[in-house]
Every structure is written in structure tokens, then in C-alpha cells.
Design a protein around this ligand. Structure first.
Ligand code: ATP
Ligand code: MG
Length: 588
């Protein structure tokens, strides 16, 4: 199927933050870009200062920093001045409790205002912050607390009872557990009275750009989650990439639907919009199509950053649903986390009046690396082009699918259309500086002056990158190499298909055969007739690499950050151990 590029009206081009891609790339320099931040007097840099204090001290003091929508749709707002004061209090409290610079402060909270206060307050105190996703069970919580050597945890009374109380004594480093709200429990005191009693005076620790700031665990899509460590300097990349790839400005109302338990929810769900002085929307509720349209409508969201799985679910609900809502404030939509199928880009244009801008990055990269930009045409299915200041290349791969390294050297792919492992030249500010406690694994992610992403892509003649798959997921069938995404995208073009997960299944003849697990849109029954139709549909589009087996599965397994967990589909199919399931989402 041919997808036509989607152009942008002249008005959007004229107003975009990034108007001339080529010229901006040529002129861009990270050192010069530092001018957009304030910095600290002694050459220091602190994420929370850039996100909160510098606005609280200036003309934006009374501008709304955080607009929180709770489960009952009640809205609570915090201005920059209020957020500055509350985060000061939390930083002072950490000092009183003997929690020092470099100590690890964790959160296990739903999307509530204290989550933002604790993360930013702990950064002010120079601590390393690790936000955990609140839906984790006790064991994943314990693992991550132990791995990072947590000193202090802030959670809610309900989460404490369900997930922390019983494992607390198994985390020897954990000195304090504080409960958000006014009610404590045993040796877990309430946070609110402590905040009230602590000092509101500015209390910023002068951190250096290279000081550790955030510890984020990966999604666990391909295996056990890794702890990626980021430093304060990352804020520069958060700020710049939000301007370029999300077209964010100070007057925006910005909603990032990712939970701060994932890197997207911190880099763009907390830090980036605040560094721009924008208003950040936080929705406590879970995904529900009506609810999300309501948030977009009532909060007047202007820039919306979400994920393919959410867009696919909105699509599944049909196009009529959006019509009941006023989305006229919305001017930019972006997506990350998984391949964005061309259908979703085009659906956005048709249903919401705006195409979806795909962008690519990872927990390890800390910020957007490749994106579709406001002023540029969108090529549906492409991740876009590298963000100015980011040098990307594709590396030829060896037999095992990863970049070929011979004698310490790598081999860049130069021809347009050729596939390779996506690699990035170190030097961008939000590059991870360690896998926590795993220096060997960290070292093995670099070769010959490149960071190796583990993803496979191809580049077209105009420099647009197209996602092919994860190096580990590539399927070799009868001599053909195919990524699951390509097959899934084809299946998704069928009107009955809502979502698909594709794996390679060992086969004595073909080596591997392509097997697809498919969930259906409402109104379609899982019949043998439909199965045959989908097989034929796949064959017409894909030929030799078409799925040979299709199984209907109404509950495809997802990571909690919204990705289809293909490794689990494969393990179940082959009767192998299921591996680390700490990030598996409960059935939807
Ligand atoms: P783990 O590393 O634990 O297996 P993960 O790689 O899913 O999990 P994240 O860092 O959350 O953890 O996700 C980054 C990955 O998500 C990328 O490496 C890529 O495979 C995928 N991804 C992100 N954005 C896109 C995109 N726009 N298109 C295709 N894939 C994407
Ligand atoms: Mg990964």
C-alpha cells in the first residue's frame, strides 16, 4: 500500500519552532544551546532549577505549572511559585532526614501532585530520583529498590499496604518510607505534616552538569529491565527536543500521557514542558477513550504526546467518538514507544484534523533522537529525521543481527534503503551514563565511537529513517529477513484487525516461519473464514514473508508502557519459560 506524504499548511510552517531543518542542523551546537537555560552561578546545572525555580523567580511565577485532573475530573492547579515552594520544602525535608546528595529517592505513586513535587524536590536536593510505575507488584518494586539501593521512598497509603509493607524489610538500604497525604501508618509517617513543618526557603544544591539525576528502568520488552542513569545535563536535551520535535512553546497546554514511571513520562511528562514555562496536564485516570477526549477538550490541550497503542485503541472505538468533543485547541500530536503504523498517522489527519508525528528514542537516549517536525511533510510510517545536534548512522550487521564489529571497527551502511543497526554518536546531553551496577553491559552498548541502539532501521534517499525492528526480534524465514513491524503494519491495514503481534517460530524447512497473533475490532468475529481471509490478505501484500499462521488473541500481552510483548508470545508459543514479567500489564 502506498502512503502519500502529508504536507503542512504554510501557516504551520511559518509558526513552527523548527522552520529550516537543514540550516538548523548545520548551525546547531549543544554548547551554544545552553543559552536557552539559566544554569547556576558557579557553572552548575540542576534540572529542577531549569524546570521550576527560574520561572518562579520571574514573570511566570503565577502561571499554572501543573494542572491535575483527578479521577473524578476535579481540577487542581499549582502555579510555578507554588510548585517552587513545595519542592523547596521537600528538599529541606530530605536534608532534615539525613538524605544527601547522590542518595536514591524513589516514588511509587499514581499521577498525583506529590509525584511531581517529590521528583523535582529530590532533584533540588541533589538526590538521584527513580520513579516507579504505580501498577508494579511487590516483587518488581522490591527488585528495583534493591537494585538502585533506595534510601527513601514516597508512596501512598494504599500502595504502601498492598506493595511495600511486606517487602520493606528486604531492602536494607531503605531508611524512610513516607506516605503522600495526611495519614501515616506505623513507621511510615505522613508526608503532608512534614512538608508543612519544613522550610519553604530556596534550598537548591548546586549540582554539576555531570551529576547523576534520574534512574530509569527500561520497559522490559526484550528481557529483564535495565536501570539507565541520567545526569542533570539531560535537561538541555529535554528542552531542545521538546521545542524541535514537539513544537512546544511557553503558552502551550501540554499533555504527555505516559506515566512518569517510564522515561517518556519524566523527560516529557515532567521536565521538558516545565523548562519551557508551559502548563503541564496530568491525568490521574487510566486510559478510556471518552475520558481522554474529555481531557483534550476540557483542558484545552494544545500539544499532545502519546503512544501508538493508545492511538490504536482510540481508532478501535471508531471515528464518530471524537466528533462529540471540541478539540480545536489541539495543534500538534506526537507519538513514541513503538512503531507508529501509517494508518494511525492518516487516521489522526482524518479524524482529529492533525497528522500524528512519530518520533523515536529509548530510555537510554533520555530524549527524542529522531522525529517528524512541525514544518516538514510527514511520510506515514517513517520515524522522521535526526533531531538537530544528534548524529545518527546505520551499521552493517553480522550474523547475529547486531552491528558488525571487526577489530574494534564498525561498518556504516551508506546506500539508501539498506538496513542497519541504528547507532548514535555520543555527545548528546541526555545520553545515559551507566546501566546501574552493570558496567560490562554499558561498555558493550558502545563500539568504535558509536552507541548501538539494538534497533534496526533503514534510511531513504532524503534522510528519513524507517523502523524495521529490534535486532533481537528479526525473523529469518526461508532466506528472507523481516521485522515483526512490517508484517503487523500490513495486517493492521485490514478493517477487522485492531492490533497484531508477530513472532518467528522455528520451522524445520524455512528456519523460521512468521506467526501472527491478532486482536479484532468490535463487530468482527474470530471465525475460520476471517482467519483464511487474513492469511490471503497477508500473502498478497508480503509474499514470501507473509504470516503462515494466524491465531486470534483478544488479549495481546503488553508492557505497562504499552508495547506488544513479542518475547512473551514467543515463549508461550514455544513452551519456554516466560522470563521477567515485572512489566507485563494486567489483561485489559
Ligand atoms: P527493554 O530495553 O527493557 O527491552 P524497551 O526497549 O521497550 O525495553 P524503552 O526504552 O522504553 O524500553 O523503549 C525503547 C524502544 O522502543 C526502542 O529501542 C524501540 O525498539 C521502541 N521504539 C520507541 N519509539 C519507537 C518508534 N517511534 N518506532 C518504533 N519503535 C520505537
Ligand atoms: Mg531497549
Amino acid at each position: 500500500m502506498q502512503w502519500q506524504p502529508i504536507g503542512k499548511p504554510a501557516s504551520i510552517r511559518a509558526a513552527a519552532n523548527l522552520r529550516d531543518y537543514t540550516a538548523t542542523c548545520r548551525a546547531f551546537d549543544w554548547t551554544a544551546a545552553r543559552a536557552a537555560l539559566s544554569g547556576l552561578p558557579d557553572g552548575g546545572l540542576n534540572i529542577a532549577h531549569e524546570a521550576v525555580d527560574r520561572h518562579a523567580e520571574g514573570a511566570r511565577a503565577d502561571h499554572v505549572a501543573l494542572r491535575w485532573v483527578d479521577r473524578t475530573d476535579t481540577v487542581t492547579e499549582l502555579t510555578y511559585a507554588e510548585l517552587a515552594e513545595r519542592t523547596n520544602r521537600f528538599a529541606a525535608l530530605l536534608r532534615e532526614l539525613g538524605i544527601h546528595r547522590g542518595d536514591r529517592v524513589y516514588t511509587l505513586l499514581g499521577r498525583v501532585p506529590d509525584l511531581y513535587v517529590v521528583v523535582l524536590g529530590a532533584l533540588k536536593a541533589g538526590c538521584v530520583v527513580s520513579p516507579l510505575f504505580s501498577a508494579f507488584g511487590p516483587e518488581p518494586v522490591r527488585q528495583r529498590l534493591v537494585l538502585g539501593g533506595a534510601s527513601l521512598l514516597v508512596t501512598s497509603p494504599a500502595l504502601y499496604r498492598r506493595k511495600v509493607r511486606d517487602i520493606r524489610h528486604q531492602v536494607p538500604t531503605l531508611r524512610h518510607v513516607l506516605l503522600s497525604g495526611a495519614t501515616g501508618e506505623g513507621d511510615a509517617p505522613a508526608l503532608e505534616p512534614m512538608l508543612t513543618a519544613s522550610s519553604p526557603a530556596p534550598s537548591l544544591v548546586s549540582t554539576a552538569p555531570d551529576d547523576a539525576a534520574l534512574l530509569h528502568f527500561t520497559s522490559g520488552t526484550t528481557g529483564t529491565p535495565k536501570g539507565a542513569l541520567h545526569v542533570h545535563e539531560a535537561v538541555l536535551a529535554h528542552h531542545v527536543t521538546a521545542a524541535y520535535a514537539l513544537d512546544l512553546r511557553a503558552d502551550d497546554v501540554f499533555w504527555c500521557t505516559a506515566d512518569p514511571g517510564w522515561v517518556t513520562g519524566t523527560s516529557y511528562g515532567i521536565v521538558a514542558p516545565l523548562t519551557h514555562g508551559a502548563t503541564l496536564v496530568s491525568d490521574e485516570g487510566d486510559f478510556e477513550a471518552h475520558r481522554w477526549y474529555r481531557v483534550l477538550d476540557r483542558q484545552g490541550v494544545t500539544v499532545w504526546y502519546t503512544a501508538p497503542t493508545a492511538l490504536r485503541m482510540l481508532m478501535r472505538h471508531g471515528d464518530g467518538l471524537a466528533e462529540g468533543y471540541d478539540l480545536s485547541a489541539l495543534r500538534f500530536i506526537a507519538s513514541v514507544g513503538e512503531p507508529l503504523n501509517p494508518e494511525a498517522v492518516v487516521w489522526g489527519q482524518a479524524t482529529l484534523g492533525l497528522p500524528v508525528h512519530d518520533n523515536w528514542w529509548q530510555t537510554e537516549t533520555g530524549a527524542i533522537m529522531i522525529g517528524n517536525f512541525a514544518a516538514e511533510e510527514i511520510r506515514p510510517g517513517s520515524m522522521g529525521r535526526p533531531v538537530p545536534g544528534v548524529e545518527v548512522c546505520l551499521l552493517r550487521r553480522g550474523a547475529e543481527g547486531r552491528a558488525l564489529v571487526t577489530g574494534g571497527r564498525v561498518h556504516p551502511v551508506t546506500a539508501a534503503g539498506e538496513e542497519g543497526e541504528l547507532a548514535i554518536r555520543p555527545g548528546w546531553p541526555s545520553m545515559f551514563r551507566a546501566y546501574w551496577n552493570d558496567p560490562e553491559r554499558y561498555a558493550s552498548a558502545f563500539a568504535d565511537g558509536w552507541y548501538l541502539s539494538g534497533d534496526v532501521a533503514r534510511r531513504d534517499a532524503d534522510g528519513y529513517y524507517w523502523f524495521v525492528g529490534r535486532a533481537d526480534d528479526m525473523i529469518k524465514s526461508a532466506g528472507h529477513l523481516v521485522g515483526p513491524f512490517e508484517v503487523e503494519s500490513v495486517l493492521l491495514a485490514h478493517p477487522a484487525v485492531a492490533e497484531a503481534g508477530v513472532i518467528g517460530k522455528p520451522d524445520p524447512v524455512a528456519g523460521e516461519l512468521v506467526k501472527a497473533f491478532v486482536s479484532l475490532r468490535p463487530g468482527h468475529a474470530a471465525t475460520e473464514e476471517l482467519r483464511l481471509e487474513l492469511l490471503a490478505f497477508g500473502r498478497r501484500a508480503l509474499g514470501a514473508v507473509a504470516p503462515k499462521e494466524i491465531e486470534f488473541d483478544p488479549d495481546l500481552p503488553h508492557t505497562r508502557s504499552g508495547k506488544v510483548m513479542r518475547r512473551l508470545l514467543k515463549a508461550r508459543e514455544l513452551g519456554l519459560p516466560e522470563g521477567d514479567l515485572s512489566t507485563l500489564e494486567a489483561t485489559r
